[in-house]
Design a protein around this ligand. Structure first.
Ligand SMILES: Cc1ncc(COP(=O)(O)O)c(C=O)c1O
Length: 391
């Protein structure tokens, strides 16, 4: 094997094994998922969809992708599923490309409030450059004020609302999002990339009854390979019938936007690994894992708070800790020097900047996979507080 790469992989493996990992979007896949990712499926080109490929030789690949779709539809409760997006950002771009025209209004949570770049972050992103973006914020306590969101939506009448977050430590009220979107006839997309494992594990309410589309990455709390999916709900099919006269038109639009709109050949090794991950998530063991993620997050937040720190959250797998004006990066470096890996993050109503934020973001999915429970997280919280509070 290439010695330079082998050495680097060995070093990274040691780093992953020896340190404490609290970046909420990271996790450790099972040996089976890792093995499938490295399989011969990576060698095959399969542009198109099962049964409609541009190249020959896709007999087994079709079965792989169909299996991923069937397993995914079952655990996410959706009517149509596309498992080809290379990752979360391309999946959101595909949804927007499929259902919006250039210049249409899109409404998402501000990046500084815990939203994602792909939800209309102005100027520098696809969603912010090609669409007119109106963004909502959180309150001083870090929570979304749904009455204010409703006012904004009634005033601006966006064509699409993105309901999803990357650093929001509270349960999302998808029912309320649904009622608000319906008042102006907007498409409602639940981006559950962060909380999908909690939804499948039944410790966070599912958006399925209230939204038209669900998208998610598969590599965060779901503990699968890097990748993403786009699911269409019953409500999505109904809206498609109402708007286009055909309930399946929405599925055609999404599939066409993914391929050939934005992507070429699907990564079938990733799709096979998704199928494995979906089966792993469809077990009692995974439900227990999801419940433990939330318990662990709660004890970590309580312990930090008991040590005098200001913590936003938590009702899910993550929290944001206020570590002092513009000190996020400095504290993240200090924690890493002590073997604890976190990321610097803005806090609600940040007075610093995204480059010099005042908080750190912590999550429990990865260390829960490693078998950590309340006792370990309480000890960790006390240790972290000492490091954060020193000088
Ligand atoms: C809510 C949300 N959506 C989309 C993405 C984008 O996913 P990716 O990094 O796979 O493009 C992320 C990633 O952090 C996310 O948190």
């Amino acid at each position: 094997m290439d010695q330079q790469i082998k050495d680097l992989i060995n070093k990274e493996e040691k780093r992953q094994k020896e340190l404490v990992h609290l970046i909420p979007s990271e996790n450790f896949v099972s040996e089976e998922v890792a093995m499938v990712l490295g399989s011969c499926l990576t060698n095959k080109y399969a542009e198109g969809y099962p049964g409609k490929r541009y190249y020959q030789g896709n007999e087994f690949i079709d079965e792989v992708e169909s299996l991923a779709i069937e397993r995914g539809k079952k655990i996410f409760g959706v009517e149509h599923l596309n498992v080809q997006p290379y990752s979360g950002s391309p999946a959101n771009s595909a949804i927007q490309m499929a259902l919006l025209e250039r210049g249409d209004k899109i409404c998402g949570l501000k990046l500084s409030a815990g939203g994602h770049l792909t939800h209309g972050h102005p100027k520098i992103t696809f969603s912010g450059k090609f669409f007119e973006s109106v963004q909502y914020d959180v309150e001083e306590d870090g929570r979304i004020d749904y009455d204010k969101l409703e006012q904004l939506v009634l005033q601006e009448k966006p064509k699409m609302i993105m309901a999803g977050t990357t650093a929001y430590p509270y349960v999302l009220d998808f029912k309320r999002f649904g009622e608000i979107a319906d008042k102006v006839g907007a498409w409602l997309v639940a981006d559950v990339s962060h909380i999908i494992g909690l939804i499948v594990g039944e410790v966070h309410p599912s958006p399925t009854p209230y939204v038209h589309l669900i998208m998610s990455t598969t590599h965060k709390s779901l503990r699968g390979p890097r990748g993403a999916f786009i699911g269409i709900t019953k409500k999505g099919l109904e809206k498609s019938k109402e708007l286009f006269g055909d309930e399946l038109e929405i599925a055609k639009k999404i599939d066409r936007a993914v391929f050939p709109g934005l992507q070429g050949g699907p990564h079938e090794n990733n799709i096979a690994a998704m199928a494995v991950c979906f089966a792993e998530a469809d077990t009692q063991e995974f439900k227990d894992y999801a419940a433990q993620i939330v318990k662990n997050a709660k004890i970590l937040a309580d312990t930090l708070r008991n040590n005098g720190l200001k913590v936003f959250g938590t009702e899910n797998h993550l929290m944001v800790v206020d570590v002092g004006l513009e000190r996020g990066k400095e504290i993240a470096i200090k924690l890493e020097q002590n073997g604890i890996v976190v990321n610097a993050n803005t806090i609600p109503h940040e007075q610093g900047s995204p480059f010099k934020p005042s908080g750190i973001r912590l999550g429990t999915p990865a260390m829960t996979t490693r078998g950590w429970k309340e006792k370990e997280f309480e000890e960790l919280g006390n240790r972290m507080a000492k490091i954060i509070n020193s000088n």
